[in-house]
Design a protein around this ligand. Structure first.
Ligand code: NZQ
Ligand code: ZN
Length: 382
């Protein structure tokens, strides 16, 4: 196990009716800006609950943070924070609203061009306090210090992270997810699954405990993910999915082990170029990464086949084939086409490789072995 320092201070308020509890988490004197997306939180009643909880607070609402939140939209939020002297941001929505709110929180007090926070990885010295009410289990953003921001004008989708944008608290009420369309639930299951895989499918035996955490999250997603699709108001299944998605990317399972975010990095370029949902890119790319990297990841793929899928084939190459097939079939069962052409996309591989190069991401993987030629191989199979 590698050395690590682990701290995660986010207070989780989990379960039915917990939105009411935010009143005690936000200082009474705070000037609050509630941030949200395109209207789903109004439609499903989440915003009514938030307004009721904050009836004695001073707040305004910033609407319109879009999926794959953009710098262009978020800078309007920065302007509101600065001019209205906002001192607390409450994000009500999915990963995009939460990520966008993290950018607003970091950018508002930033002295300089805020896009540099994303492109230059500058260490922040201050940020506005954040709380969240999560409406879409997927990204883990509610319990981590990362955010992924897009810039339309330059076709960039890039991540930044800072402990200063960790939410102070996050409400996880599974009932607010009942209104999610099946496509977004599937995106969430796939995203959480791939978050685990990117921290699990690395050098073997680095941490027995992290491996078991990872395997249990994967197995729970495989068991409960389909239940959430079959019956959207199955509280236990939705609760299980919500907690899986949070645990998949709250840093716990990634401590002390290598990480390989190849599928995500390639996926972000596909979203920028072709407009695919984040989850859709991962459902196509991850099985291709597993195939292209099967030699380097042999031992871990064997462990994955045995422990996650319960496969017993003795020929290890056949076993790995089976494990990759099961992974792809799981995504297909959630409604994802297995190839880019299923989304009507003909991938311009040169363009994706050029984008990665422009973003300084030409050596992906645990040890930088996912070079442009490996990316080409992955995309040729996608
Ligand atoms: O905009 P509204 O009207 O709210 O509708 C949203 C949006 O259209 C809708 N939705 C959300 N909750 C709903 C709902 N519809 C009905 N009922 C509800 N309860 O769902 C649509 C998608 O929302 P979005 O927030 O974009 O989805 P998701 O949570 O999957 O977030 C994706 C974004 O997060 C980034 C992705 O790259 C992408 O930009 N990620 C963030 C990470 C992080 N911060 O750690 C890690 C991830 O790997 C990921 O990259
Ligand atoms: Zn993701």
């Amino acid at each position: 196990m590698q050395n690590f320092v682990f701290q995660n201070s986010v207070k989780i308020l989990f379960g039915k009716g917990q939105i009411a509890a935010i009143v005690a988490e936000i200082p009474a004197s705070a000037k609050v800006l509630i941030t949200c997306g395109g209207g789903s939180a109004e439609k499903n009643g989440t915003m009514d609950q938030v307004r009721a909880a904050l009836k004695n607070h001073t707040f305004e609402i910033f609407r319109g943070i879009e999926p794959n939140p953009t710098y262009e939209t978020l800078m309007k939020g920065v302007e509101v924070v600065r001019t209205q002297k906002i001192d607390f941001l409450l994000a009500v929505g999915g990963g995009s609203v939460i990520d966008g709110t993290k950018f607003i929180a970091a950018a508002a007090p930033f002295d300089g061009e805020p896009w540099d926070i994303v492109t230059k990885g500058l260490a922040l010295t201050s940020a506005v306090s954040i709380g969240t009410v999560l409406t879409l289990p997927a990204t883990g953003s509610e319990m981590n210090g990362g955010a992924v921001i897009s810039r339309k004008s330059t076709q960039d989708k890039l991540a930044f992270r800072s402990p200063l944008v960790l939410p102070l608290f996050s409400v996880l009420d599974p009932t607010v997810t009942y209104s999610l369309p099946p496509r977004q639930i599937s995106n969430g299951i796939c995203d959480a699954f791939v978050h685990v895989m990117e921290q699990y499918l690395v050098s073997p035996s680095e941490s027995a405990l992290q491996d078991r955490f990872a395997e249990s999250i994967l197995q729970t997603l495989i068991e409960d993910g389909p239940k959430t699709l079959a019956n959207p108001t199955d509280y236990e299944a939705r609760a299980s999915l919500m907690w899986c998605a949070t645990m998949a990317l709250n840093q716990l399972i990634g401590q002390g082990v290598g990480q390989d975010w190849s599928s995500h990095r390639i996926g972000h370029e596909l979203t920028v170029l072709y407009g695919l949902d984040h989850g859709q890119t991962l459902a196509v790319v991850l099985p291709c990464v597993m195939q292209a990297r099967r030699e380097a990841k042999h031992a871990k793929l064997v462990q994955y086949a045995h422990r996650v899928w319960g496969l017993t084939e003795v020929n290890e190459e056949v076993l790995i084939d089976q494990a990759i097939d099961r992974t792809r079939a799981f995504f297909v069962s959630l409604g994802f086409p297995s190839k880019l052409e299923g989304y009507g996309v003909t991938c311009d591989i040169d363009k994706v490789v050029a984008q990665l190069d422009r973003h300084g991401l030409s050596a992906l993987g645990e040890r930088g072995e996912v070079t442009p030629s490996v990316v080409r191989q992955i995309l040729a199979a996608a």
